[in-house]
Design a protein around this ligand. Structure first.
Ligand code: SF4
Length: 343
């Protein structure tokens, strides 16, 4: 179902602040989004999920600063009319002008809380057509309106709501308008940062089902960020679990659900009721996530981990495939040989 890479991050590192007071929010992130897939990012608050989304889209505002690594976008082969894939685009090297054209056109982002993202004094029509006006200057007004109607229909909203202001729509409709806007220029990548957190569970699932259907119809790729791992299991192809600014486990959604290898993933999965099959005990995870300014040495999860042993408090486990599962990556000493000089 998934194809070639569309977005790659290698060694991506982000600090908040500079000099002695700087805290590291993202550490050496290696992650690949494949064409046509939904990649879920899970983790508690402060794990670095949103920082990653902001870093990739170059929307980090001070004191956030990217201090290492690279992010590349891989355009589809058809774009330059040849069979060969165009050269990857270095997102961290784009000028502000290039970035403006890149966003919306190749990559768009849907934030949590549509009411904060939509302009309350402009109609849905005006906000949808503004994107087209800015990025498709050759489009005539009637064409823009037709496209705005098409976009609303795509997300299941009647076209007579084009003239509505955001406050005249329900929360679910507003979030759908945001998704319509994100799809306006048919981007290759849509990043969704907690897109349905403010909605009730029925509406959440309706919107996410619709998004997955649209992904199948239009072929874009999705990075779906949420603290709710049950939603990710249901709607993602692959899941990366973050803790303390690192990715601690990455595998197919079904594999993570069936057999979480990292104790933190296991704790997250035991924090919500089973989706199918027999009931399981809800145990949660003891303690709280670490503060960025006081990250524990070694494995950042060790103060909360029921399986911690000798090397955990001193050595940082590096993500790698367990010997019996090359498709999975897990950063935990339970699954890799402990270096001989460890205590
Ligand atoms: Fe637990 Fe050690 Fe694995 Fe960290 S490395 S998750 S502390 S067992």
């Amino acid at each position: 179902m998934t194809g070639s890479p569309v977005l790659t991050m290698r060694g991506l590192t982000v600090d908040y602040g500079t000099g002695a007071g700087a805290v590291r929010a993202l550490r050496d992130i290696d992650l690949t989004l494949h064409r046509g897939e939904v990649l879920g990012l899970a983790g508690e608050s402060g794990s670095g999920k949103s920082t990653l989304a902001y870093a990739v889209t170059r929307l980090l505002s001070p004191p956030g600063v990217i201090t290492g690594g690279d992010v590349h976008y891989h355009p589809p082969a058809a774009r330059n009319g040849t069979e060969a894939a165009p050269a990857p685009v270095d997102l961290l090297a784009l000028s502000p002008r290039e970035l403006r054209s890149f966003r919306w056109q190749e990559l768009s982002i849907v934030f949590q809380g549509a009411m904060n993202s939509l302009n309350p004094v402009h109609t849905v029509h005006s906000q949808l057509t503004d994107v087209l006006k800015a990025h498709r200057p050759g489009m005539k007004a009637a064409e823009r309106t037709a496209r705005a109607e098409e976009l609303l229909s795509l997300v299941g909203i009647s076209t007579d709501r084009l003239t509505a202001f955001p406050h005249q729509l329900s929360g679910g409709m507003r979030q759908r308008v945001m998704i319509a806007m994100a799809l306006a220029l048919e981007p290759e990548i849509v990043i969704m940062d907690e897109p349905t957190t403010a909605l009730d569970v029925v509406m959440q699932r309706q919107i996410l089902r619709q998004l997955v259907r649209l992904r199948e119809e239009l072929g874009f790729s999705v990075v779906f960020i949420t603290h709710d791992i049950s939603l990710l299991i249901e709607f993602s192809d692959r899941i990366a679990i973050m803790y303390g600014g690192r990715i601690v486990e990455e595998a197919g959604a079904a594999e993570i659900y069936r057999d979480p290898r990292h104790p933190y993933s296991d704790g997250l999965l035991h924090s919500f009721p089973a989706l199918h099959g027999p009931r399981r005990e809800l145990t949660g995870i003891p303690g709280s996530p670490p503060h960025l300014s006081a990250m524990p040495a070694g494995c950042a999860f060790h103060p909360r981990c029921g399986k911690a042993f000798a090397p955990c408090a001193e050595r940082v486990p590096v993500p790698a495939a367990p010997a019996d599962e090359p498709e999975r990556s897990v950063a935990c000493w339970l699954h890799h040989p402990v270096p001989a000089d460890s205590v």
